[in-house]
Design a protein around this ligand. Structure first.
Ligand code: GLC
Length: 526
């Protein structure tokens, strides 16, 4: 890849009217730092490990990395419980390592997004230590204290969202673990302090943030009971108070005051696309919001068709740019979800990289990894999410590039066969398929930003056309175990085949079981 030594954040996009902002064209690669690569041999991935393996991301063709949290943390929730937002946890390295990683990424033309966790801190954060020290402490109101709990429930299996603090004689609110007390964003000092955190990282050149549970920061000020909580559902699954929008508008104004089109990607983990759209605001809240239904969708054409249609119907009128994601650190990997089928995972990759919207890849999906299997004594996460967090196998032979202490979680199944080195040597591997699809997406204005239109197809097949000016592509995905025919007017050639059969070749109007194809009109190709 050509080296661009200008940090992207100092290199704003040219002001061309119909040129989209960079994040619409981006292909984002989520790095889960504990499991990407180990630079110091302690069995846990770290910043130096990431810096040493950036070439993998560049070779693949992704242009943006998002790092799950690397800040100081007691690790009750694997770093989503932060005790210092402006320092790096020693497990991952130092502030100097982070600056070196930012510089190394920018030197390669890669943008870097950090994880911003605004809803809660760690209970070890000095702010909370001060807040719980006495009822009349000036920081008491930085968190949410009540004499009586309501029926709100916490996520990650934590039961009530309220924990009794015997020392100060009140309950504090936590929508996640008791070690993750919720900040009170209605207190202007909290807003100022958290804006200071954003400035700290923006000043160091980060290109934006993924905002953890962005829909949770505002809470119903009446603290009314909720029937869904009474029925056992965590509040974080549906919390949707108007005040969260005000918080996001404030963060957006701050981020927009920096040069270089910094981006905000929100985790609005509410399974209602109509509600999620609201978090784009009037172009003054999130730039992008995750779209979660595909994260637990089975390999089913009806489920995907419904979800894709809904995103198209609801986001277009709001001028909200979609995102697509199949796996992340909180959910089962999609190959595992699809019954372990590599064939389906390959077809899903073709869909992910040809839809209208920014694709987010989770590290290891390009290798076709499945969840690791853990024995009871190996389990780390209180929420049971270890499976997708397994270490990446870099080399075929054990310990797969993790020289030193045994990694913090077991490797995923078939780690040697699925390792980066093994798959790079095989032109028909899923790794090469991802790379080819990313190259196709980059080369095609239709795939990057064109319109999306569904085409008539048998019910087991999803087929759609992407178009931008004269540039046209068709993607078709067969979700069934049977051969399917697809009638398309005109002559088409296959540009990418999820089965790894060599391309280009003429499209014969058929799809094999669980096969997906990317097509281009023949006249355009000749
Ligand atoms: C988000 C994170 C998840 C974490 C939770 C609480 O959902 O993705 O890993 O446990 O927020 O911070």
């Amino acid at each position: 890849m050509a080296e661009d030594r200008t940090p992207v954040s100092e290199n704003p996009l040219p002001a061309v009217a119909d040129e989209p902002p960079w994040w619409q064209d981006a292909i984002v690669y989520q790095i889960y730092p504990r499991s990407f690569a180990d630079g110091n041999g302690d069995g846990v991935g770290d910043l130096r490990g990431i810096a040493a393996r950036l070439d993998h991301v560049c070779w693949l063709g992704a242009d943006t990395i998002w790092l799950s949290p690397v800040f100081r943390s007691p690790m009750a929730d694997a770093g989503y419980d932060i005790s210092d937002y402006c320092d790096i946890d020693p497990l991952f390295g130092t502030l100097a390592d982070m600056q070196a990683l930012l510089d190394a990424a920018h030197a390669r033309g890669l943008r870097v997004l950090l994880d911003f966790v605004p809803n809660h801190t760690s209970d070890q954060h000095p702010w909370f230590v001060a807040s719980r020290s006495a009822r009349d402490h000036p920081k008491r109101d930085w968190y949410i204290w009540r004499d009586q709990p309501n029926d709100w429930r916490a996520a990650i299996g934590a039961g009530s969202a309220w924990t009794w603090d015997a020392h100060s004689g009140q309950y504090y609110l936590h929508l996640f673990l008791p070690q993750q007390p919720d900040l009170n964003w209605r207190n202007p000092e909290v807003v100022a302090a958290m804006h200071g955190v954003l400035r700290f990282w923006l000043d160091r050149g980060v290109d934006g943030f993924r905002i953890d549970v962005a829909h949770c920061v505002g809470k119903d000020p009446s603290f009314a009971d909720h029937p869904r909580c009474l029925a056992g559902e965590p509040l974080a699954h549906f919390n949707d108070d108007p005040y969260s929008h005000e918080v996001l508008r404030g963060i957006r104004r701050l981020v927009d005051s920096y040069p270089g089109h910094r981006v905000l990607v929100g985790e609005v983990n509410i399974r209602s696309t109509a509600t999620v759209v609201q978090y784009y605001g009037a172009g003054d809240e999130l730039h992008l919001s995750f779209n979660f239904p595909p994260l637990d969708a089975p390999w089913d054409p009806v489920v995907f068709r419904t979800c894709i249609r809904e995103v198209d119907a609801l986001l277009q009128p709001a001028q909200a740019w979609p995102t697509w994601v199949l796996s992340n650190h909180d959910n089962e990997r999609h190959r595992t979800r699809y019954g372990g089928s590599l064939c389906r995972a390959r077809a899903a990759a073709l869909m992910l990289l040809t839809l209208r919207g920014t694709p987010f890849l989770f590290q290891g999906e390009e290798l076709g990894l499945q969840d690791c299997v853990t024995l009871p004594h190996e389990r780390v996460d209180p929420g049971g999410r270890d499976g997708s967090r397994a270490p990446l196998p870099w080399l075929q032979a054990p310990p797969h590039g993790w020289d030193g202490a045994r990694p913090w979680l077991p490797f995923p199944p078939d780690a040697g066969e699925l390792s980066v080195a093994t798959q790079r040597a095989r032109a028909d591997s899923i790794l090469h398929l991802y790379r080819a699809l990313i190259a196709q997406r980059r080369a095609s204005p239709a795939l990057r930003r064109g319109s999306w239109e569904e085409l008539p197809s048998p019910p087991e097949v999803l087929a759609y056309r992407r178009r931008h000016g004269d540039d046209v592509r068709v993607a078709c995905i067969n979700f069934s175990a049977q051969r399917q025919t697809l009638a398309l007017a005109g002559q088409w050639q296959v540009l990418a085949d999820s089965d790894g059969v060599p391309v280009p070749r003429r499209f014969a109007g058929e799809l094999l079981s669980d096969q997906a194809l990317l097509l281009q009109p023949v006249e355009a190709a000749s």
